[in-house]
Design a protein around this ligand. Structure first.
Ligand code: PMP
Length: 432
């Protein structure tokens, strides 16, 4: 059945569809941290729809609430519903640092890219500036504004000109830059400072700094302490918002509600999507300090900004994470998974760096010459071996050389052990 579906998709679907060819699979059903394919094979899910299914596939608590809501009411644009207002209050309560209790939320549409577009508009509206600082190796989405902030030229070269006045500063990546953490931070901050504060160079009219708290697509790059807080200081001095893109890192994935929480930084604006729709319903939000709520009615609009079942699912999934203490669980389980990776890396010259927080985990591989650039096929090989033995894993990084593990936060200890046995075996087999 899988072969038939993949064949039919190749015939009738867009040439733009994208999944790894080395893991030919067609899903039929999923529950918790497992997925069954159309031929009855079951897989442990260590990618969770790219970090979407934090509460697990078809989480029963969330599903029941979502079904009840869907039977009553689905679409309301901006008219009030209890689900919408309760979700706004919940997001305000869990927002990072001093944003909690002082935030506003705008629902701009279903995707992460929508939340990024809203945050670009919000930053420009409040500063009357147009210059945007983003970072090398960043990913922020596929719409024109979000693509402008995304670093990888492959994604945007055919569509230029995009937004003008976007500067990509270095993101501290001590492993690939072969720098001390402090030096990597200093170099990155020096460039941001020059870009927004130097009266004799850089952006004439900066509007905001856009940054992932931990880079996701870029390879689970955890910046050293001092980076986000340094950006906070620069943004304050320049009187521009610090916009932290929490679309992949947020909502519990890292073992805290937000990636920013690991660095004790309060952003002016955060973007969230992916896990916000709970069980995979499309929903995004831009959460910002109430002082930035200067725009007027209709200044940011869109048809799908009131998807009630998605809002209900988002609210219930946050409740589920709270009531099951999944933040602490994700921290512990993440430690276990990283320790298994470090163990195999100790005498494996291909596995060069293990990183992450909570269940936002990356293992970076190099080739026999220690080069990151040619290790993508190696990681694809690991991915294929995992698939053949019943575990789905993902890749990340500019060179595809980072093994990315993003299991649901409801992965059980037993599932984690079985999954890690298979992943470790795959790494060892690929290395021999
Ligand atoms: N920002 C980050 C950090 C992301 O990881 C992604 C998606 N991978 C996006 C933005 C874009 O989200 P979407 O694909 O839902 O538009």
């Amino acid at each position: 059945k899988t072969t038939r579906l993949l064949q039919k998709q190749r015939e009738i679907d867009s040439a733009a569809v994208s999944y790894p060819e080395n893991i030919p699979i067609a899903f039929e059903e999923a529950k918790g941290a497992t997925i069954r394919d159309v031929d009855g094979n079951t897989y442990l899910d260590f990618f969770a729809g790219i970090g979407v299914l934090n509460v697990g596939h078809a989480n029963p608590y969330v599903m029941e609430a979502m079904h009840k809501q869907a039977d009553k009411l689905v679409h309301t644009v901006d008219f009030p519903t209890e689900a919408r207002l309760d979700l706004i209050e919940k997001l305000d309560a869990i927002a990072p640092g001093n944003l909690a209790g002082n935030s506003k939320v705008v629902f701009g549409g279903p995707t992460g890219s929508d939340a990024i577009e809203a945050s670009i508009k919000l930053a420009k509206y409040n500063t009357e500036g147009n210059g945007l600082v983003a970072f090398r190796n960043a990913y922020h989405g596929a719409t024109s504004g979000a693509m402008s902030l995304t670093a990888n030229k492959k994604f945007k070269a055919p569509y230029t000109p995009l937004l003008p006045d976007v500067v990509h500063a270095p993101y501290p990546y001590p492993f690939q830059q072969a720098k001390d953490p402090e030096e990597a931070v200093e170099d990155a901050l020096a460039e941001v400072r020059a870009t927004v504060l130097d009266p004799y160079g850089g952006l004439a009219n900066p509007a905001g700094i856009f940054v992932e708290p931990i880079q996701g697509e870029g390879g689970i790059v955890v910046p050293p302490q001092g980076f986000l807080s340094g950006l906070r200081d620069i943004a304050d001095e320049a009187k521009i918002p610090l916009v932290v893109d929490e679309i992949q890192a947020g909502l519990g994935r890292t073992g805290e509600w937000w990636g920013s929480d690991h660095f004790n930084v309060t952003p002016d604006v955060i973007t969230t999507a992916k896990a916000l729709g709970g069980i995979g319903l499309p929903l995004s939000a831009t959460i910002y300090h109430e002082d930035l709520d200067t725009w007027g009615s209709g200044d940011h609009a869109g048809t799908y900004r009131g998807h009630v079942p998605a809002m209900e699912a988002g609210l219930r999934s946050i409740e589920y994470i709270e009531s099951h203490d999944l933040l602490a669980y994700a921290r512990d389980l993440g430690e276990y998974i990283r320790s298994r990776l470090r163990e195999v890396g100790a005498d494996n010259s291909f596995l060069a760096d293990v990183r992450g927080r909570g269940l936002f985990i990356g293992a970076e591989f190099v080739d026999e010459d220690g080069d990151v650039r040619n290790a993508g096929d190696f990681v694809a090989g690991i991915q294929q071996r995992c698939y053949e033995n019943g575990v789905l894993v993902w890749k990340a990084g500019q060179y595809g050389n980072v093994l990315r593990l993003l299991p649901p936060l409801v992965l059980t200890d037993a599932q984690a052990e079985v999954g890690m046995d298979i992943i470790v075996d795959a790494i060892e087999a690929e290395s021999s």
